[in-house]
Ligand binder design. Structure first.
Ligand code: HEM
Length: 161
């Protein structure tokens, strides 16, 4: 396999992982959380936790695959210098989104957030649900801007760079 084929394969893995991962974040944010709210906060949160647990596993696997294929491409293209150039802001954005999700999924959620959210959910379910919605909306927005910037940037348009 030559370098161009290797990069094409890594890109296919990368985009597949991103589709499953960010698509899932879109579903959670735009469909599941509003559906949970419609059930009433306390019952909605219980339902949401049961459903979302299945997605958390998928999100962990796809985050790992997107990160591995992304760093693989940077390494094979020897393109680390892009981190030093503002015109390649979408490389920074991808890395930032990946870092935020990695910390959330592998560190913050299992160690702190899960417990905190459960106690907030018992004390004030309305507030817990509002917080979850706000967090997911912000992450989805950041992810979508990143996807748009990455596709445009990878194909020649870097918005002011
Ligand atoms: C550590 C994390 C990541 C690294 C190192 C990384 C690296 C890369 C690299 C090197 C490319 C190819 C750029 C080129 O062709 O010049 C790429 C493409 C792309 N990445 Fe990432 N990426 C990461 C995370 C993400 C995330 C989190 C997203 C989505 C939110 C994302 C979405 C994309 C998209 C949509 C493309 C463009 C594919 C195309 O149209 O050819 N990446 N990434």
């Amino acid at each position: 396999m030559n370098l161009a084929e290797e990069l094409a394969l890594a890109r296919a893995v990368h985009v597949l992982a991103v589709v499953l991962w960010i698509g899932g974040v879109g579903l959670v944010t735009l469909v599941l959380l509003p559906a949970a709210r419609a059930r009433g906060a306390a019952e909605g949160l219980r339902w949401f936790h049961a459903v979302e647990r299945r997605f958390a596993r998928q999100a962990r696997v796809t985050t790992l695959a997107a990160g591995a294929s992304g760093f693989w491409m940077l390494a094979r293209m020897d393109a680390w210098w892009r981190y030093a150039e503002p015109a390649w802001w979408w490389i920074h954005a991808m890395t930032l989104v990946w870092l935020v999700f990695t910390v959330m999924l592998f560190v913050a959620e299992p160690l702190i957030l899960d417990r905190r959210l459960r106690s907030l959910a018992r004390a004030d379910p309305e507030r817990a649900l509002r917080l979850l919605l706000l967090l997911h909306r912000a992450l989805l927005l950041l992810s979508l801007v990143t996807v748009a910037g990455a596709v445009a940037g990878a194909h020649g348009w870097s918005f002011g760079g």
